[in-house]
Design a protein around this ligand. Structure first.
Ligand SMILES: Nc1ncnc2c1ncn2[C@@H]1O[C@H](COP(=O)(O)OP(=O)(O)O)[C@@H](O)[C@H]1O
Ligand SMILES: [Mg+2]
Length: 235
């Protein structure tokens, strides 16, 4: 695992409304949060509490209705769509809640597509293999997504997000489809990634056990932070 430049994240008074016909949904109601360079932050909360909406802000996938988001000194909430696309490409590894695998690409290609373009083909293959090995699915490298179980697809999505070795890694319930044992292995891998590359990591999860390994856990309720706990992460 290569060391990445790392980013601090400053989220200030972020609100995000969704207009649903006549109805306005207040998904985030004023969230302020700072994450240090190399910090591993878990985001917890019930379904509908705004976790994915907040993660989308931190990944520069979406911008707030009001408030601001700054990542590594760049005010991403003021970038254009195109600029945000470029920002994500360079800075952010993303593992989506829905795996978002390309059906016509095999496992290897689905991982390689997330990795930087400046690698030679051999290095690209090596990197993809390395991370497929890490998540325990190297044996399916030539398969297509339709030939994989939900848990296997999730591992491929994880390999893709991690293999980018980006300064910022955001994960949305990355172990939601995995059994308890595999899930524990994956969190251990994410923690290892955090330590070895010093990437800033923000991970949404339902599993309260993740609070033990993260540096901090942020609890959301109805679009607001209602609690933050320091992790017992042993360094
Ligand atoms: N694209 C959208 N359009 C309308 N409402 C949305 C949209 N995305 C999320 N919401 C609503 O915003 C709230 C927060 O959603 P979300 O951030 O997905 O929560 P979580 O990830 O914690 O389950 C929910 O009430 C959800 O229904
Ligand atoms: Mg969600």
């Amino acid at each position: 695992m290569a060391a990445a430049d790392t980013h601090e994240i400053i989220v200030t008074n972020v609100e995000r409304d969704y207009q649903m016909g006549e109805v306005k949904v207040h998904a985030l109601r004023g969230v302020t949060l700072e994450m240090k360079k190399g910090e591993f932050v878990a985001i917890l909360g019930q379904s509908g509490s705004g976790k994915t909406t907040l993660l989308n802000m931190i990944a520069a996938l979406d911008i707030p209705t009001s408030g601001s988001v700054t990542i590594g000194g760049i005010k991403v909430s003021e970038l254009s769509r195109d600029q945000r696309t470029r920002f994500r490409r360079q800075h952010v590894g993303i593992v989506f809640q829905a795996f978002n695998l390309f059906p016509t690409l095999n496992v290897r290609e689905n991982v390689e597509i997330g990795i930087a373009f400046d690698l030679e083909a051999d290095d690209l293959h090596d990197r993809a293999s390395e991370y497929l090995q890490h998540v325990g699915i190297l044996d399916k490298i030539d398969n297509y997504p339709s030939q994989l179980s939900g848990g296997e697809q999730q591992r491929v999505a994880l390999a893709r997000g991690l293999a980018k070795e980006s300064p910022l890694l955001v994960l949305d319930e990355p172990t939601g489809n995995l059994d308890a044992e595999t899930s524990e292995e994956i969190w251990a891998l994410i923690l290892k990634m955090n330590r070895e590359t010093n990437a800033t990591i923000v991970a949404v999860t339902h599993q309260t056990s993740v609070s033990k390994i993260a540096h901090r856990s942020v609890f959301l309720r109805s679009g607001r932070i209602w609690g933050i706990s320091e992790g017992s992460a042993e360094d």
